[in-house]
Design a protein around this ligand. Sequence first.
Ligand SMILES: Nc1ncnc2c1ncn2[C@@H]1O[C@H](COP(=O)(O)OP(=O)(O)OP(=O)(O)O)[C@@H](O)[C@H]1O
Ligand SMILES: [Mg+2]
Length: 362
Amino acid sequence: MYFMLLSSFNIDNFRNLSQTQLDFNNNCNIFYGKNGSGKTSLLEAIYYLALGRSFRSHILRRIIKYKSDSFSLFGKIQQKNNIVPVGITRSITTGKQIKMAGKEISSNIELTKLIPLQLLNHNSYFLLYEGPKPRRQFIDWGLFHVEQFFLSLWHKVERILKQRNVAIRTKSPIDHIKVWDKDLAHLGFELHQYRKQYIESLVPIAKDVLQKLLPDLSINISYFAGWDLNFDLEAILANNLKKDLQFGYTAIGPQRADLELMVEKIPAKDALSRGQQKLLLYGLKIAQGMLLNKLTNKKCIYLVDDLLAELDLQKCTLLANTLSDLQDSQLFITGLSQDFENIFITHTDKKKIFHIENGVIK
Ligand SMILES: Nc1ncnc2c1ncn2[C@@H]1O[C@H](COP(=O)(O)OP(=O)(O)OP(=O)(O)O)[C@@H](O)[C@H]1O
Ligand SMILES: [Mg+2]
């Protein structure tokens, strides 16, 4: 078994959180406290350590504690038998510093690979309510963690698209636009095959999870490549060039890939209640973690903000059980009251409960 745990965590000048050192449980960590106490900030800090960015703000000033100029986060990641120390400091004056196992690294990619992390919070609703981008990111998250060559392929496709779009926007000669089509079609198809295969592996696992969480509903998950697969993408790009010139960008291709979530032929966002939507989206993310484990033996860390919100007691318990069933996956869960610890009826040595008050975690 390949453990992937955040065993200890130091926080300094992050949001409202007091300077603190925390030792986490290997399984379930529960944080409760009033509105504004710092629960989401704590999850945000863990997320920041793994991904080098926040899920709430791109503005550094908003994340650093008021009246300070920098924040730092330091964690110990436990893998099998070894411990990897990781740290990130972001300063208004001296910039960004990321360290992993004593060495300074230039980007977070290695950290992100080291700590596969799933965020389950109200942003998850973007998967239903925004355009296809978050759904593509959802698929690509999985591929990033399981396919060694996926990231470089993805970058290549992005670069080609960018150059093709610049040529379109600047109304370059037709040849200067078409020069990208062959590579875009070829690499785009490769990208599509990765995505298709990933979704094919994910769907049966997701169906199992959703069967538990939403037993009365039959949810259909299907993947769309971004173009009509009955035709060659290079030919489509050529046929569509006139429209692309009108729009000012490449309208068809792998950059339009999407995931369709339907209930009895109705889009899930129209067919499901708010609580059902939450269970669907969290179920999909839980399934991704299970697939990751199946394919790579890695475990992902789950951050679950406000577990109880929008769910009745029975559904809450179902969700909690499903999360607890992810054996050895480390969970960080927040809620307003202590009551919900009873929902996790795991053995006491498998959970640790923290109280947060005015940024102080106990
Ligand atoms: N940069 C910052 N420095 C200090 N405090 C901040 C900063 N940014 C936000 N805060 C404050 O930190 C507090 C904690 O916010 P947080 O979102 O973590 O609360 P929460 O416990 O998740 O609350 P809720 O239950 O309402 O979701 C809030 O009072 C917020 O105003
Ligand atoms: Mg919150």
